[in-house]
Write a protein that binds this ligand. Structure first.
Ligand SMILES: [Zn+2]
Length: 161
């Protein structure tokens, strides 16, 4: 785990939000269940995993980002296992955030299946992918109160407390 950048925390800081003190525990618990990037074909185990992750560290990605959860008033989703998936650095940006850490991919799990086994070059050149990037959620500070309320209601139903 050399020199990884905490993109989620960096974006959250722009919104005056911080990670929960319980985050490192939630992250560890998630990695114990899902150690490898779900979008990578290679799923190393044991020592091979240790070596692979030394050179290509994995991130625990929030499907609905920390800053979005905070801004819409559902900070509990930061620690909700249902909101977490493991991605390598490249897949984190390309599939988890559709190319912009200020945005996110609400259907990342579908896109992991849609693009499984494709190289990053192929994904980035895909016409569907270009459309998904076009349609990715706008930066949260541009949302109307109604848009935030709609997402909050949807997520409360999807991830009941
Ligand atoms: Zn990956």
């Amino acid at each position: 785990v050399l020199f990884t950048k905490d993109h989620g925390a960096a974006v959250a800081a722009l919104h005056g939000l911080k990670r929960s003190p319980d985050w490192s525990r939630a992250k560890k618990a998630h990695l114990a269940k899902q150690a490898n990037c779900i979008a990578c074909v290679a799923q190393p185990k044991g020592l091979a995993r240790v070596v692979t992750h030394l050179f290509r560290p994995v991130d625990v990605h929030h499907i609905i980002p920390l800053h979005v959860c905070g801004v819409i008033g559902l900070p509990r989703l930061e620690l909700d296992a249902r909101n977490l998936v493991t991605l390598c650095g490249a897949h984190h940006l390309v599939l988890g955030h559709l190319g912009d850490y200020a945005s996110y991919n609400p259907v990342v799990k579908f896109h992991v299946i849609r693009f499984f086994g494709k190289t990053l070059d192929v994904v980035l050149a895909d016409v569907d992918y270009a459309r998904f990037v076009q349609e990715r959620p706008r930066e949260i500070s541009l949302w109307t109160p109604d848009e935030k309320a709609v997402l909050r209601a949807k997520l409360e139903e999807k991830f009941p407390a």
